[in-house]
Design a protein around this ligand. Structure first.
Ligand code: SF4
Length: 273
């Protein structure tokens, strides 16, 4: 099936819905879709996707887990409640969610059984579920990935994502309604979005929306080291010192502006770039 956005949709059934995760602050992970329309050029989720059709044509094929909800309904009966990362591999609010609503219905099931959900997205479609978040404030937090506020940069690195200002407005609205929010400032890429102006803008946004700020350097995977990759010139020849310098700058601004700031998923394992 081909959607109006030109994405091929396939269907599959799964044996499990929740998976254990080693990600910090999370007990389980849930990913309603395989593949991601957003097509960020730095995305390495494809490396963890066994479906070759999806990983080789990243952004062009998305697979819907048709029996996800019935499996999840069983799992929430037998697993102890914990924090579930929603969209740890692919974006749970990518456009296909507007049609299939697997993310929303999964969150409903989880909240009902006293699980907490930690959602990460680049898509303001998340606002559709504000009603749900407002009635379960204690069990929900929502993170928006904001890598810059410069649209030229977005068009370059995240070509099929919603504009930054739409994400900023989504973050503001969630925060205004008392939903716990966070910003994911990552990947930070040398010479692209690591400048002082970007850092100040993002820290200021975190302050305004009372969001925790997670920051994370680019993870240099082999596909980025191909000289034909658009990011190749940004990541070669840089050293570990670059990230020590940039992360210190981020931290300093956070301290100055009383923003709660934390390293992202890599913790201290700074990439060698
Ligand atoms: S939104 Fe996330 S999962 Fe989707 S392409 Fe971008 S980085 Fe990959």
């Amino acid at each position: 099936m081909i959607t109006p956005r030109g994405v091929k949709i396939r269907f599959t059934s799964v044996k499990t819905a929740l998976s254990k995760t080693g990600l910090p602050e999370l007990d389980y992970a849930l990913n309603p879709y395989i593949g991601c329309y957003h097509s960020c050029i730095y995305c390495y989720a494809r490396l963890y996707t066994r479906d070759r059709d999806v990983s080789e044509k990243w952004g062009e094929v998305v697979v819907v887990k048709t029996n996800l909800l019935s499996i999840l309904a069983r799992e929430v009966q037998k697993y102890p409640p914990g924090i579930v990362g929603i969209g740890t591999i692919t974006d749970p609010y990518q456009p296909i969610e507007a049609i299939y609503r697997l993310t929303r219905r999964s969150i409903e099931l989880l909240l009902k059984k006293n699980f907490a959900t930690s959602i990460q997205t680049k898509n303001p479609l998340v606002l559709r579920d504000l009603d749900l978040f407002k009635t379960h404030r204690e069990q929900v937090d929502v993170g928006l990935t904001i890598t810059s506020l410069n649209e030229d940069i977005r068009r370059f690195i995240e070509p099929k994502t919603p504009p930054y200002n739409a994400r900023v407005e989504a973050l503001r609205k969630l925060s205004l309604h008392g939903v716990k929010t966070w910003i994911f400032y990552g990947p930070v890429i040398p010479g692209l979005n690591d400048d002082e102006e970007t850092i100040i803008q993002i820290v200021e946004l975190a302050r305004e929306t009372k969001s925790t700020l997670y920051y994370d350097p680019i993870h240099v995977k082999p596909f980025l080291l191909n000289p034909n990759h658009q990011l190749y010139n940004y990541i070669t020849g840089k050293t570990r010192d670059w990230w020590i310098r940039v992360s210190k700058k981020i931290l300093d601004y956070c301290i100055e502006h009383h923003v709660h700031c934390k390293p992202g998923f890599t913790g201290n394992s700074v990439n060698k770039v």
